[in-house]
Ligand binder design. Structure first.
Ligand code: AMP
Length: 563
């Protein structure tokens, strides 16, 4: 169904069932085929199905309710995939918890999501203890510790500490045998995950995603990109970011092999990983191309022997990065995908230099909608579609749309609104906050935001959330964050703050601002530099003028930048 047909149909059929059912299926038809390969360990489909079932049964026995939330305090790894599948197989919903997030933020998410259980590895048990100490009321009933054993005295000590604080602590290695899990309910409308993303109010907001949402996307993606069992698909994006859902569940849907990027070095400069793991499908944010280029890993045909597809999503694909890729890998199709977390991974895609000739002087289109998605470009004031060539508000409709934000009906109602053309009862649209226009060929072009949401290395950041963190520093009159180019190709968050008269010495104050931000915000939201100003510029209606702030910061001498 085309985007411009004006029709929306409900998702037609499941085509392979829910994602965990695909693993069960492949365990039957290709039990010895590798499902996961992290460079050190390989798990085949039979082994993956077995661990999925074991974890599902443990969760079922712990009385995990349908749609019960289970936190994953794990980084990208074989364990993270096991845990996701186990939770889904038990009719639960997984909630990724960033292992590097400050404990306070994790505690907020645990409370907001009302987590029933947490799955953790030994490495992150101390973080779990730390965040538990910050909870006012602890909803967590169960902790499942993967890859730890009480035979190791250090691990035994930490497990003992966990047992003092949580009602049930299960140590994976010590549970040799479980009964098979009870049959899954397999309800398409059930939640599969809740992903927390930056919120303007200072607290992260949880985007709910159902099995139906994922299936709608995967039905299109697996077919469109031709995923097949011989594929070796990278998992570079963090599990706290929804690009990971395409890697992980796209792989398992197709019966292919997933290769998680586990070492921080490979994550920053993945060239060696790509070659060693003989990756056939790469999917990441475009800034990875810049890292490859800077590190000298983007050589002519460096990955051509094995790679067959390069997919980029999550932020604008700059033409110079696309050019760098196309020059070095002219034979490997490159696609620019676009979509917000609220519309499940991606809802448009564009084959660069395939759907239309590449022009390095022009912004790259975000392309056409996925199979069941409808994209409308609406007038900037009124909710009616506007003709091609006119800039307007990009809204998304169709079965990839999230049911809304967890526990936040008002916020949900604000951005998930009634479809302006009302094609069927209850049809909705998601108002993205993105500006775009459609060209005469039906290709959509992204043209920025209507608000203060920015992207840094693919991370979605509401500048307002940093402002809230700055506002809670007692020594400051006020503070505002902006995103600037620190050097060509090097974006940086800058905090501009107005100290109170009796504030500390400048150096101390800057340190205080940075320490405070580190204790409140994920690492990627911590400003790279802080500027002290006597006042913040305002526009005629009294709002802080971020554009002016950027001009002021840019005009300051480099020497006055306080790091
Ligand atoms: P997230 O929810 O983190 O995926 O962020 C979604 C936002 O990222 C979108 O609303 C856009 O503003 C931006 N975005 C995602 N993909 C692209 C793309 N290919 N080109 C331009 N902006 C993008």
């Amino acid at each position: 169904m085309g985007a411009n047909s004006g029709l929306i149909e409900p998702l037609s059929h499941l085509d392979g069932g829910l994602v965990h059912q695909a693993v069960t299926h492949h365990a039957e038809v290709r039990p010895h085929h590798p499902a996961l390969d992290d460079g050190k360990r390989v798990l085949n489909y039979k082994q993956l199905a077995d661990v999925m079932d074991k974890l599902a049964r443990l969760l079922q026995d712990s009385a995990l309710p349908r749609n019960g939330r289970v936190g994953l305090l794990l980084e990208n790894s074989i364990e993270a995939c096991m845990a996701m599948l186990g939770v889904l197989r038990a009719d639960g919903c997984y909630v990724p918890l960033g292992t590097h997030f400050p404990a306070q933020r994790l505690a907020d998410i645990v409370t907001q999501a009302g987590l029933h259980a947490v799955v953790v590895t030994d490495k992150h048990c101390s973080t779990l203890l730390q965040l538990e100490a910050m909870l006012e009321a602890n909803p967590l009933q169960v902790v499942i510790v993967l890859n730890a054993t009480t035979n190791d005295p250090k691990q035994a000590e930490i497990i003992h500490a966990l047992r003092q604080r949580f009602p049930t602590v299960l140590v994976w290695e010590e549970i040799e045998h479980t009964q098979p899990p009870w049959p899954s309910r397999n309800v398409e409308e059930d939640l599969a995950y809740i992903m927390f993303t930056s919120g303007t109010t200072g607290k992260p907001k949880g985007v709910m995603i159902t099995h139906r949402n994922i299936n709608s996307y995967l039905l299109w993606a697996v077919k469109h990109f031709g995923f097949h069992p011989a594929d070796r698909i990278s998992n570079h994006s963090s599990i706290t970011f929804d690009l990971s859902v395409m890697d992980i569940f796209g792989t398992f849907r197709a019966g292919a092999t997933l290769c998680p990027v586990v070492s921080p070095g490979d994550r920053a400069f993945p060239g060696k990983f790509l070659k060693q793991q003989r990756i056939t499908v790469w999917f990441s944010v475009p800034s990875v191309i810049s890292m490859l280029r800077r590190s000298g890993q983007l050589q002519a045909n460096a990955f051509a022997e094995h790679l067959r597809l390069a997919l980029f999503c999550g932020e604008a694909l700059p033409p110079d990065l696309a050019a760098a890729w196309l020059e070095t890998h002219p034979q490997i199709p490159m696609h620019n995908l676009y979509g917000p977390t609220e519309a499940t991974i991606a809802c448009t895609s564009f084959w660069v230099n395939g759907d239309s000739p590449f022009n390095p002087q022009m912004a790259i289109p975000i392309g056409r909608p996925t199979q069941d998605t409808e994209i409308l470009i609406l007038d900037q004031e009124k909710d009616h579609p506007i003709p091609p060539g006119t800039l307007g508000r990009l809204v998304i409709c169709g079965p990839q749309l999230s049911p809304g934000y967890w526990g936040q009906p008002e916020l949900t109602a604000k951005v998930f609104q009634e479809h302006p053309l009302k094609p069927y009862p209850g049809a909705r649209m998601y108002v993205t906050g993105d500006l775009a226009y459609m060209d005469e060929q039906g290709l959509i072009h992204f043209s920025g935001r209507v608000d203060d949401q920015v992207k840094l290395h693919g991370y979605r950041i509401e500048l307002g959330e940093i402002d809230v963190a700055l506002a809670s520093i007692p020594e400051l009159e006020e503070g505002v964050a902006v995103l600037m180019l620190h050097a060509p190709d090097v974006p940086e968050l800058v905090a501009t703050v107005v100290p109170k008269e009796e504030a500390l010495a400048n150096e101390q104050l800057v340190q205080q601002v940075l320490d405070h931000c580190r204790s409140q915000l994920p690492h990627y939201m911590v400003p790279g530099s802080v500027h002290l100003l006597s006042q913040l510029p305002r526009n005629p209606n009294g709002k802080v003028d971020r554009k002016k702030i950027k001009e002021i910061v840019a005009s300051l001498q480099n020497g006055s930048m306080i790091k």
